[in-house]
Ligand binder design. Structure first.
Ligand code: PXP
Length: 254
């Protein structure tokens, strides 16, 4: 449990779905870069975007402008492909998170399968390190997977996929949360920075934010959806409050 004096996990707002709305009409608005600036003004400590091979939402020009314009950390999610690594080397975000990507998936479907892709991921990590970019991997909460990380080379941290926890109901919630907690503990004990995200909302974020090892939360869809109703600044403020509430000792929402 976090002491009240310890800082709450940082919030990195994923603005992909601002671009989804723009791309739905191939319009010039809404601008995800303007949204990122508003999210930062509202207290978000970083911005995350996923540049997909099909460019269904974020475009390369968005990533370039974000690198110029935002003041906090820019976390770029990409698949470990030659095309995407070249973009990262050129734009130099502060951090790259390597994610699996399947062309017709609705959203990222799970963490990386390190056992099947060790060579590819290891090569990507070396390229990113040479470019001076911090690295993270999106992983399912399976503590055994952390054994594979030793082989991989230059890696600063990893993001725990919270999707299964956010979809769990009844007794499964505690089970999924326990997997996240033990993965976070083992990762931090191995000297890695621990992040988490996917499917988090104001109602389910508290239990993850409460884990002392989790430094940063990457949250997009629920914030952008809420922003449609209450505005982006209010949606970001609500999420920051829910993250802070997660570290206070009382009962959690949801
Ligand atoms: N982390 C990763 C690796 C993701 O792929 C995504 C979705 O793009 C997120 C976090 C954010 O998930 P959500 O939009 O459900 O908050």
């Amino acid at each position: 449990m976090l002491e009240p004096s310890e800082p709450a996990a940082r919030l990195s707002v994923n603005v992909d779905h601002v671009a989804t709305l723009r791309q739905a009409r191939r319009a010039t608005y809404p601008d995800p870069v303007a949204a990122a600036a508003m999210a930062e003004d509202a207290g978000a400590q970083g911005i995350t975007v996923h540049l997909r091979a099909d460019r269904r939402h974020i475009q390369e020009a968005d990533v370039e402008q974000l690198r110029e314009r935002i003041t906090g950390k820019l976390n770029l999610e990409i698949a470990a492909t030659p095309e995407m690594l070249a973009v990262a080397e050129r734009v130099r975000p502060h951090q790259v998170t390597l994610v699996p990507e399947r062309a017709d998936e609705i959203t990222t479907e799970g963490g990386l399968d390190l056992r099947r892709q060790v060579r590819r991921i290891a090569d990507a990590l070396i390229r990113l390190e040479r470019a001076g970019i911090a690295t993270s991997l999106f992983l399912d909460p399976e503590p055994a997977m952390l054994d594979e990380l030793r082989e991989l080379g230059p890696l600063q941290g990893f993001e725990i996929n919270t999707d299964r926890y956010t979809r769990a109901r009844g007794e499964a919630v505690a089970r999924e949360l326990a997997k996240i907690a033990s993965t976070a503990e083992r990762g931090a004990a191995a000297g890695l920075r621990v992040y988490a995200g996917h499917g988090l909302t104001c109602d389910n974020v508290g239990a993850v934010a409460r884990l002392p090892e989790v430094e940063e939360l990457n949250i997009g869809h629920s914030i952008v959806s809420r922003a449609v109703l209450v505005g982006l600044a209010a949606a970001v403020s609500e999420m920051l409050a829910a993250i802070r509430a997660g570290r206070s000792p009382g009962p959690l929402r949801g």
